[in-house]
Every structure is written in structure tokens, then in C-alpha cells.
Ligand binder design. Structure first.
Ligand SMILES: Cc1ncc(COP(=O)(O)O)c(C=O)c1O
Length: 406
């Protein structure tokens, strides 16, 4: 995210703030607190990661080898699912899962507009038509009533929209989507379910880890994610061994064996260096998620009495706080107030997919026309959130939050 100069923060233009947020005239001399710090994650495990990388470099085998196979086993075991397949990134993971389920041209796939553009790009990569529906404003995840409404309207196609064949719920920010309601709607309409778990490694719903609830799930292993490589990476997981075999073939030219393409595939391989790093990272993923929850609890407490609501967590869910997201109509002033105290924030995401130039006006929408998504995009703000935030840094963010009056 951009760095704020002190001039900018103290510009007189910032004074008549865009809501009731009062900015106390504070200027931090302390070091800046970044919104995220991928390098801190590396430094915390430097010796183990360096050893893992050296081991691979010395092995002479760099793509799809023993490290990838071991990571796939360990990740599947950690999730509690039969199979995982390492691929090049999270976007490919979604596209390969959809392709393996025979979702392509002539099919529509329902997902949300409140997501990384990658979710929608993956649906179009396989030649399918995305239908974008609105969110539950509490969790920012897919609203099951919207899914039911578009299924009623377009299950068998119509108005130029192909029949709906799949749904991609996104567990955004690390909070599970309402799978308890989404799954029966999907099953009742014969839809395949591909979970987008890019932001939710370790989140649970009724005790089950997300990624184990649909037909298949896609994980991004991009460096900023809760489980992140030090380059690109992704994984598809599924409990269906035949589906897993299909994805294994699809990720490498459709090979059933070397140089024998049984089906048309692509190149989406995970490399050995990233797999070895991910194996190190997987070992303390639960602890790092617990630290995220601890930080979130501190922020929740600091918000009490400020007029800003802490992000709600549904009773049957465990949130893994990929992002800690607040909502305020006075976002600019709020961000400026934190920036003045040396605290960076970010917006995930400022423009919903259905309003992006690449998609605007040509994607079918659910009945609410994503109005709640658009309203959220104008007000959301993400606080600093990564496991290596020190207690002193968390204290500083809490102290800044406590001084705000909304
Ligand atoms: C919700 C969501 N889906 C999909 C992706 C795509 O992952 P990648 O960047 O690894 O392709 C991301 C990552 O940005 C994401 O946040």
C-alpha cells in the first residue's frame, strides 16, 4: 500500500473530515507499522527455510518431485482430505478444479463480486460465464438467498445466460462462507461446488476445515497468504481420487505418463523450492493462525466504545483473519488518523469485480445487483494483520483505535 507523507497526513484538506471521525493531532516518531510484512515471515524461520532451499538446490531436481509429493501429502493430511495437487498459483487451482469437473463453455458459474478479480478470471479462463451475486454484509461472503434466486432464474439457462453448473463460494478474509446453507441449495440444483480458499487456510465451519466441504477447493499459496510460498504457488484439494487424478493430468499437458497426453492439459506445475518452503511453513501454520486470532481479539477489545464494530464471527465458524476488516463511512479520515500514528492500512478491495472496466456491464448479476458489495467497497479498511506483529505494535494500533471517536 502507498506510504503517506507527513505533509499529506497533515494537509489542511484533511481537517473537515469526511465523517464524524475526530483526528487527534498526533504524529508518530515510532517506526511505521506495515499493513503486511511478508519478509517478517521469512526472517522468523530463516534457518529452516534456507536449509530447505539449499536441500532442493543441491538435489538437482527442481519441478514436480519429491518435495511437491511430500507437500501434497502433508497438506492433505493437515486439511483432513484425501488428496492435494500442487499447481502454479491459486487462479490456476480454481480453473483446474472447474475444468476437472467439466465446467467450461456453455456453463454458468455463480460467485461473488466481492473477491479478488482472480476468482472471476479463473471462471472465464475455462470458458464459462460468471454470474456475480451479492454478499452477506456481516461476513462479506456469498449470500445464500442470492444463490437461490439466481438458481431459480437461470438453473437451466435463459436470457442468453448458459445453464448454471457450479458455484464458487469465497471464504473471504478468512471467514467461512455460509456452506451450511449454500451446500443444500447447490446439491438441490445439481451444481458442483468449488471452494475458493485463497484467504482461509485453516478456517473451520462446524469443526471441519474449509476446503473439505465442496467437490474440490482451490488454495492460493502466494507469499501474503496465511500459508504462503516465497514465490507463486497453489493447490487443488479434493476427496475424490478420480478427480485428483484428472487434476494431476491437467496440470501437465494432460499426461497420464510422460509424453502421453490422454486429455488436453496445461502447464501449471509447482516447483520444488516452493514446495520445500511450504513444508516448513505448514508446520507452524496453526500457531501462526492462532497468533492472528490473538491479535484480532486485541483489536476487537480496543474497538469497544469507539462506535466501530469489530468484524463479526458466526457461532459455528473459526476465522483465521487473513485480513482484519472494519467498515466506516469515514474511511479516508480513519486511514489518515492511523497513518498519522505511523500505522498503514489497506483496502481489500476498492473496486468490486462487476464495476471493474474489464467486466462492467457484461456480467449477469443476482437480484440485488451487488448493491451491498458496492456499498462495502466504499467503506472497508484492513488493519495491519500478520503473525509477526509484535505485542508493542499491536499495543500501538489498539491505542490509536481507542483514541478515535466515530
Ligand atoms: C480470493 C482469492 N481467490 C483467488 C486468488 C488467486 O490466487 P493467486 O494470486 O495465487 O493466483 C486470490 C489471491 O490473490 C484470492 O485472494
Amino acid at each position: 500500500m502507498g506510504r503517506h507523507s507527513i505533509d499529506k497526513v497533515y494537509s489542511p484538506l484533511m481537517r473537515p473530515v469526511d465523517s464524524g471521525v475526530m483526528i487527534a493531532p498526533a504524529m508518530s516518531q515510532d517506526p511505521r507499522i506495515p499493513q503486511n510484512d511478508v519478509g517478517a515471515g521469512y526472517r522468523a524461520r530463516r534457518a529452516e527455510i534456507d536449509a530447505a532451499v539449499s536441500r532442493v538446490l543441491a538435489s538437482g531436481w527442481y519441478i514436480l518431485g519429491a518435495e511437491v509429493a511430500a507437500f501434497e501429502r502433508e497438506f492433505a493430511e493437515w486439511l483432513g482430505i484425501a488428496g492435494a495437487v500442487g499447481v502454479a498459483n491459486g487462479t490456476d487451482a480454481l480453473a483446474l478444479a472447474l475444468r476437472a469437473l467439466d465446467i467450461g463453455p456453455g456453463c454458468s458459474v455463480v460467485t461473488v463480486s466481492h473477491t479478488a478479480v482472480a476468482t472471476v478470471a479463473a471462471i472465464e479462463m475455462v470458458g464459462a460465464t460468471p454470474i456475480l451475486v451479492d454478499i452477506d454484509p456481516r461476513t462479506y461472503c456469498l449470500d445464500p438467498d442470492e444463490l437461490a434466486a439466481v438458481v431459480d432464474r437461470w438453473r437451466d439457462g435463459g436470457d442468453g445466460v448458459p445453464p448454471i453448473r457450479a458455484v464458487v463460494p469465497v471464504h473471504i478474509y478468512g471467514h467461512p462462507a455460509d456452506m451450511t446453507r449454500i451446500l443444500p441449495i447447490a446439491r438441490g440444483a445439481g451444481l458442483r461446488v468449488v471452494e475458493d480458499c485463497a484467504q482461509a487456510h485453516g478456517a473451520t465451519l462446524r469443526g471441519a476445515r474449509v476446503g473439505t466441504l465442496g467437490d474440490a477447493a482451490a488454495f492460493s499459496l502466494y507469499p501474503t497468504k496465511n500459508l504462503g510460498a516465497l514465490g507463486d504457488g497453489g493447490a487443488v484439494v479434493t476427496g475424490d481420487p478420480e478427480l485428483r487424478e484428472r487434476i494431476v493430468a491437467l496440470r501437465q499437458y494432460g499426461w497420464r505418463e510422460r509424453y502421453v497426453s490422454a486429455i488436453p492439459g496445461v502447464n501449471s506445475r509447482l516447483d520444488e523450492v516452493q514446495a520445500a518452503i511450504l513444508r516448513v511453513r505448514l508446520r507452524d501454520l496453526d500457531a501462526r493462525n492462532a497468533r492472528r486470532r490473538e491479535i484480532a481479539l486485541r483489536f476487537d477489545c480496543a474497538l469497544a466504545g469507539t462506535g466501530l464494530a469489530a468484524p463479526p464471527v458466526e457461532l459455528d465458524a473459526v476465522h483465521v483473519y487473513h485480513q482484519y476488516v472494519l467498515r466506516t463511512p469515514g474511511r479516508n479520515a480513519f486511514r489518515a488518523a492511523l497513518a498519522a500514528r505511523g500505522i498503514d492500512t489497506a483496502i481489500h478491495y476498492p473496486v468490486p469485480v462487476h464495476l471493474q472496466q474489464a467486466y462492467a456491464g457484461r456480467i449477469p448479476l443476482g437480484p440485488a445487483e451487488c448493491a451491498r458489495t458496492a456499498a462495502a467497497a466504499d467503506e472497508i479498511v484492513s488493519l495491519p494483520m500478520f503473525p509477526e506483529l509484535t505485542d508493542a505494535q499491536v499495543d500501538r494500533v489498539c491505542a490509536a483505535l481507542a483514541t478515535l471517536r466515530i
